[in-house]
Design a protein around this ligand. Structure first.
Ligand SMILES: Cc1cc2nc3c(=O)[nH]c(=O)nc-3n(C[C@H](O)[C@H](O)[C@H](O)COP(=O)(O)OP(=O)(O)OC[C@H]3O[C@@H](n4cnc5c(N)ncnc54)[C@H](O)[C@@H]3O)c2cc1C
Length: 292
């Protein structure tokens, strides 16, 4: 592994990615790299750049479909204390990009800090959530961001502040390759009141969405003013299967997979959904999940 000589403790080759995604599908990463410090991340990105190795950043794989052929380049997964530390500050919370969203929401409840409870039931990491402004009907992560620490693929690190950040529906203007961490502005509140809100959101999700592994959340973005799920339902696609992949009966914008499914089944089903919805409603559905 001359390309990454000296970095053997953090670089592995041909590592299956399926277990690292919520869909549990897809092939291996040629290089699977878990930097533990910013210096290691800079070293890794420099070597990738110099050798023309494409880089992909993996969070907790909750919004991803990996192709059956896998990923030819490097999949970089921020690991270790430097990227997963989360601590309360005078104005809210500072969290590393690798911090687990679910655990953070629960810590905020315990500490009586309100603002992030809108992320209840959304699996993933802080970095992944910021990269696509995760959220939903109850709010989104962008609305409580104070600043975001980022690193360009050139290795340059800097902080972007609220005034210069824009968050939209499942989008942000953060274009740097790596999100390293962020500060969130939270408000003190009664833990019981926050917990009540968390429970309400959780019940809503449980009643309307198929939670648990074997899916990647909503497959398509909602077109402006429309619901992707309703369009798919109206096109008569609930329950439609390709191989081991099926359009959920509970929420048509979710695709469920069983143990026989391949990424190719999901991609074929995605195409069928797009074509059928377009024929029925003349709306082209844009992917919310990312396909590698
Ligand atoms: C059951 C279920 C329910 C869901 N419900 C919702 C919901 O209600 N609302 C919602 O918005 N989403 C939802 N999702 C999708 C998913 O939870 C979010 O998109 C989440 O933010 C993904 O985070 P992740 O760490 O898993 O990112 P990944 O899936 O690992 O990556 C997603 C994208 O983020 C990028 N990324 C990850 N980490 C970093 C980083 N440190 N720096 C730069 N880029 C990074 C990746 O390169 C990729 O482009 C759901 C998913 C599931 C499985």
């Amino acid at each position: 592994m001359t390309l990454f000589a000296g970095l053997e403790t953090i670089v592995e080759t041909d590592v299956p990615l399926a277990p690292r995604t919520w869909m549990k599908l897809g092939g291996p990463a040629r290089y699977f790299i878990q930097p533990e410090t910013v210096a290691q991340l800079q070293d890794v990105t420099r070597r990738c750049r110099e050798n023309g190795v494409p880089m992909h950043v993996l969070g907790r794989g909750a919004n991803l479909l990996v192709d059956d052929a896998g990923v030819k380049g490097a999949v970089i997964h921020l690991a270790g204390e430097a990227f997963s530390r989360a601590e309360f500050t005078e104005t809210g919370l500072r969290a590393g990009a690798a911090s687990d969203l679910g655990k953070i929401v629960l810590r905020c409840v315990r500490e009586g800090q309100s603002g992030l409870e809108c992320l209840t039931g959304i699996p993933g990491s802080v970095g992944g959530a910021l990269a696509m402004n995760a959220g939903g009907a109850f709010g989104d992560i962008g609305s409580v961001v104070d600043s975001v620490d980022v690193m360009a693929d050139t290795g340059e690190t800097f902080t972007r502040f609220r005034a210069d950040l824009a968050f939209g529906y499942r989008s942000t203007n953060i274009s740097s390759k790596f999100i390293l961490g962020a500060e969130f502005r939270l408000a003190e509140d009664d833990p019981h009141r926050i917990l009540k809100q968390v429970k309400q959101i959780w019940m809503y999700k449980k009643n309307t969405q198929p939670l648990g592994a074997g899916n990647a959340g909503c497959i398509f973005k909602n077109p402006r003013g429309l619901s992707a799920g309703a369009l798919i339902d109206r096109a008569g696609l609930k329950g439609r299967t390709v191989g081991g992949a099926m359009v959920s009966e509970k929420h048509a914008n979710f695709i469920l997979v069983d143990s026989s499914a391949t990424a190719s089944d999901v991609l074929k089903l995605i195409n069928i959904i797009r074509e059928t919805v377009y024929k029925k409603s003349e709306v082209y559905l844009e992917l919310e999940i990312e396909v590698w």
